[in-house]
Ligand binder design. Sequence first.
Ligand SMILES: [Zn+2]
Length: 194
Amino acid sequence: MNLSEKEILKIFQDTGALLNGHFLLTSGRHSSVYFQCAKVLQYPGYTEKICFLIAEHFRNTSIDTVISPAIGGIIVGQEVARQLNKKSIFAEREDKKLSLRRGFTLEKGERVLVCEDVVTTGGSVFEVIDIVKESGAEVAGVGFIVDRSNGKVNFNYSQYSTISLNAVSFTPDVCELCKKGIELVKPGSRKVKV
Ligand SMILES: [Zn+2]
């Protein structure tokens, strides 16, 4: 009973994770679409259904442990690990660098699945892959909910996303929405006027 991409999109829209409008992104660019995965992950039932796709994809892969980058990835990693009945750990930022804390360790040869909520540039996932390799453990694959890289990110391991949402953004000087005078919104905070 796997969710289709259409059903996943409906969940994104129903939970307010996928918004249409005129948004200021953290990069400073403007977009007509904004995606906030946390809005989906606040519902454990939806998280379970969507993470099932990732768990199913890697069910026949040899995995000892699931690892994710904090904060967004933790919920995904935890749920995938629960469904695969594996251990779940996470890496978190300390002095801007992701590292294992709280006594989390990886052993030499341990097979590790990397999970994340949204991949745009893949920076956090690449950092977690380095942590796994530096510890002598092996990357078994990379699973994430949304690919926002426009198909550009390749982790060089078996990778799977439940859906691709192409990100289209503009510099403010060529933004059509600005020209139309539509109010600019900074997602997750107060409305901004520029
Ligand atoms: Zn604009």
